[in-house]
Design a protein around this ligand. Sequence first.
Ligand SMILES: [Zn+2]
Length: 200
Amino acid sequence: MCDTCGQTLAWFDLVPILGFLKNGGRARCCQAPIDPGLPLAELLSGLGLCALVQANLPLTWPDSIILATWFLILLGLSLLDHCYQFIYPVLLLPLVATYWLTPGVDLAEFGQDALLALGLLLGLGIFAKVTRGLGGGDVYLLSLVGFQFGLAIVLWTLIFSCGLCLLVCLTHYLRGRFDPQAPLAFIPYLTIGLVLTQIG
Ligand SMILES: [Zn+2]
């Protein structure tokens, strides 16, 4: 439905990018301006998927579905976190589903992976509560990374994302623009960190 007047939208209003262009960047129902970040996010998703195809990775079909799902969800979560410092936890569900597409996954392995994910959820959850250094979305996402990719990838993701985040904060600090009280969206850093572990 329309965010402004609540009217139900038609399917053709929701066609990525074209829906925005067709109505000149305004809602068809009430002429309210549409956030240009939305078509931009759609464009980024499309270009990112094209880049994945172009990269010509030697992937079988379940791997490419897993990779594409993680890529689109992480991009969406990063944009949400960056713009609103908030994520919809329901967006994490497809990342649980991709686990079952992993080739050769069996019940014994599932038990181990689920135990690791629960351990991470509990450990990082307590860390987040005590230090207020991580948000709930970060904790859920890291637990799911453990579930799908294993503990080593969680640790490397943390090393890469913390290093990158420190670098960005240091740059802001040196330019006199660092505000220690400002909320920090960490999911974009986690996303880049996870991508780096997959490239390396
Ligand atoms: Zn409207």
